[in-house]
Design a protein around this ligand. Structure first.
Ligand SMILES: [Zn+2]
Length: 441
């Protein structure tokens, strides 16, 4: 009888856990506040990075001061839990084809400091800036309601919701600038993070999270895309060579972050269809996660599934019966709320989880069982081995193995699957999965 009792306890402790806190976060995201904030952002006329900075009502200067003030107001409501500041870099016309004149590119940052791992950051970004048809035109109206007031409002709203909680790792909410002229703001913040020695769990770049009616005529308020590059661009030749023999072509750090988001959404928001796209970004197009990827940080792009190109990067006008322009009335706020919640729950989960192991070794060549060995992590209650068929996009199999630093999966052959390890804390919050980075002979 006693043995049976222990067995039942063991089963409960390894079953997948869900957290009421995560459901509460989903429910707290406000569609109405997103609507108000997007409206306010469109009312600055243009938020072109090179627009007026002195007016109190028009241009990017007024817009960023308003965003900073919003973060400061949120901070007042959580006993000053946010550290709000500008981070800026000077860009010059010389050598930059899309820079009309020298200017400061200024990002607005709000940091919610982690209680246990203050130097680890999960980042959510939106963009402050907008553009008209001609990206050099910094005076014509460019409301940029969906591109990208939607992502900016999402970051502000996520701060409102998550600032009501405490997390072990830091959460950074940011409005980036200079996106439309060359990803300057993202490049500036990525460099800043590198110089400060920040440990970046990942950046969730939100760029256009409010359009549900595609130029293709499809209306869909459930599907969204998660873009992630396969492997880091700054890997070494040695890592590239090793991949031919040990695998990992679709298992870089950004891809693991994409899988994490996919899994969290499938667990907590089953009404949504997260669509992983196995590429850095749209075909030939860019976004603010890229400069982070360039420096070797994990980063993904979260965005709507169906774009409408008559409402992106267009002067407001009517031509042949088509209304061009990225205006307020095209944004679907029920959908923007869902995608904001996607960010919020993933940041809450990641900021609650212990760090992932840094070293994961794998072995089992010409053996019937695969062996894994990893470094233990402060704060982890135990570890979970994940594996999947080589053709599967998601980690379909898992086994919680407790507080050990090595394990053999009996009868599972190394050749036929891909494997990874995640740290798990006492409440069941998990780190991103780490793909093996060492070989055991
Ligand atoms: Zn754009």
């Amino acid at each position: 009888m006693k043995a049976l009792f222990l067995f039942l306890i063991a089963v409960t402790s390894i079953s997948a856990q869900t957290h009421q806190k995560i459901y509460d976060i989903i429910d707290t995201v406000s569609e109405e506040r997103l609507r108000q904030d997007v409206k306010t952002l469109t009312e600055f006329g243009t938020r072109n990075t090179f627009s007026d900075t002195t007016s109190t009502t028009r241009g990017i200067g007024a817009a960023r001061r308003w965003i900073k003030n919003e973060f400061e107001t949120i901070s007042k409501d959580c006993e000053n839990c946010l550290n709000v500041f500008y981070q800026k870099d000077f860009v010059t016309k010389e050598g930059n084809r899309r820079v009309p004149h020298d200017a400061w590119v200024i990002n607005v940052i709000a940091i919610q400091r982690g209680t246990k791992y203050p130097n680890r950051y999960i980042i959510m970004s939106g963009d402050i800036d907008s553009r008209a048809s001609d990206t050099m035109d910094f005076t014509t109206d460019a409301p940029g309601a969906n591109d990208n007031a939607s992502g900016m409002a999402g970051a502000i709203e996520a701060a409102r919701v998550l600032s009501q909680y405490k997390f072990e790792s830091s959460i950074l909410y940011v409005g980036l600038s200079g996106e439309e002229q060359g990803l300057f703001g993202g490049a500036g913040l990525a460099k800043y993070a590198q110089d400060k020695g920040w440990e970046i769990i990942g950046i969730l770049n939100n760029d256009m999270i409010g359009n549900i009616e595609g130029v293709d005529g499809i209306i869909d308020n459930r599907t969204f895309r998660i873009f992630s590059e396969p492997v880091p661009p700054n890997e070494t030749q040695q890592q590239r060579t090793a991949r031919r023999f040990y695998g990992g072509e679709v298992d870089g750090i950004s891809r693991q972050l994409a899988r994490y988001v996919h899994n969290t959404v499938k667990t907590y928001m089953p009404e949504m269809n997260p669509m992983m796209v196995y590429r850095l970004d749209r075909f030939g197009r860019g976004g603010h996660h890229r400069p982070f990827n360039d420096l070797g940080f994990p980063g993904i792009r979260i965005m709507e599934a169906h774009e409408n190109y008559t409402q992106q990067h267009q002067n407001i006008r009517t031509e042949n019966g088509i209304n061009y322009g990225d205006t307020f009335e095209h944004v679907n706020f029920g959908y923007a709320k869902k995608l904001t919640a996607v960010n919020a729950i993933n940041m809450a989960s990641l900021a609650s989880a212990p760090p992932a192991p840094t070293t994961v070794a794998i072995g089992g060549i010409v053996e019937a069982s695969v062996k894994l060995k990893w470094n233990t992590v402060d704060g982890a209650k135990g570890y979970k081995i994940y594996w999947r068929d080589t053709t599967s996009p998601t980690w379909d199999y898992s086994r919680y193995v407790g507080n050990v630093n090595e394990f053999s999966l009996e009868g599972i052959v190394i050749d036929n699957f891909y494997f990874g390890i995640a740290s798990v804390d006492k409440d069941g919050f998990e780190s991103v999965v780490v793909f093996p980075n060492e070989i055991m002979r």
